[in-house]
Design a protein around this ligand. Structure first.
Ligand code: NI
Length: 248
């Protein structure tokens, strides 16, 4: 069930039975020679909608732009500064709290969001912790990568081993190819497996270390068929994560 395709009456009915919602979050940033700029938010959205279709939980509109300052050296990348993303997440969650939502599962596609979104969750908890004595809030926020569950983790390892990498990964490119087969791109990769990361600072430093944008990955082996397998695995993983989270 998608928030964007629901009426307010339908949302009111939903809230009589459930207080949980999934918020897909990703980024708009370079993903190497054959990865789409939207890879991170497309993948998170695809899996989140799959969970919504499987168990009928509500899925919010995707937060498509994340904290990607280190990718600004590549054309097309767009970032929110950390303070903007914190404000965005707080405003989205606070709006939904007003209607009665209490469990917010962020299905994430982008590592660069983790520190900032975690800080946003602490802002939300701080607001209730700093209210008067004895007041407590049922609000709980959790973030998890679509690729983080046991099935998807094992499948990515089986398909790609160590060359899955950590940015523009073979798995994330495959999943986006399954979601948008009309946008599949082909490119030569040199070297075949990109250099691994020992850290980076600003966007110029990132581009110097990772000239074609990839980190540790070989997405030339990505296929939409792999993407279909990863989709099944990730949706099954995230259904379990969501059900445990709302039951807690
Ligand atoms: Ni990515």
């Amino acid at each position: 069930m998608q928030l964007a395709l629901s009426t307010w009456h339908e949302v009111e009915d939903y809230l009589r039975a459930s207080h949980g919602i999934i918020i897909p979050i990703g980024s708009t940033e370079q993903h190497g020679p054959n990865g789409l700029i939207g890879t991170d938010h497309l993948d998170a959205e695809f899996v989140a909608k799959g969970v919504g279709d499987a168990i009928g939980c509500l899925v919010a509109p995707t937060l498509t732009i994340g904290m990607s300052q280190h990718h600004l050296g590549f054309a097309g990348s767009v970032t929110l500064r950390p303070s903007t993303l914190i404000a965005l997440v707080c405003d989205v969650v606070t709006s939904l709290i007003k209607h009665g939502f209490e469990r917010f599962l962020f299905i994430n596609g982008h590592g660069g969001n983790v520190a900032t979104v975690t800080a946003a969750f602490d802002e939300i908890y701080a607001a209730s912790s700093m209210r008067g004595p004895g007041e407590s809030s049922p609000v709980r926020c959790k973030m998890i990568f679509w690729s983080q569950g046991p099935r998807a983790t094992a499948l990515a390892k089986e398909l790609y081993g160590d060359s899955n990498g950590s940015h523009a990964t073979a798995a994330e490119v495959s999943l986006s190819q399954h979601y948008h087969p009309e946008a599949i791109k082909y490119a030569q990769m040199s070297p075949k497996v990109a250099p691994k990361s020992t850290g980076f600072f600003d966007c110029a430093d990132y581009r110097r270390r990772f000239p074609d944008g990839r980190i540790g990955s070989d997405p030339s082996v990505s296929t939409p068929e792999h993407g279909a397998q990863l989709y099944q695995a990730s949706v099954a993983d995230m259904v379990e994560v969501y059900q445990a989270f709302v039951a807690d």
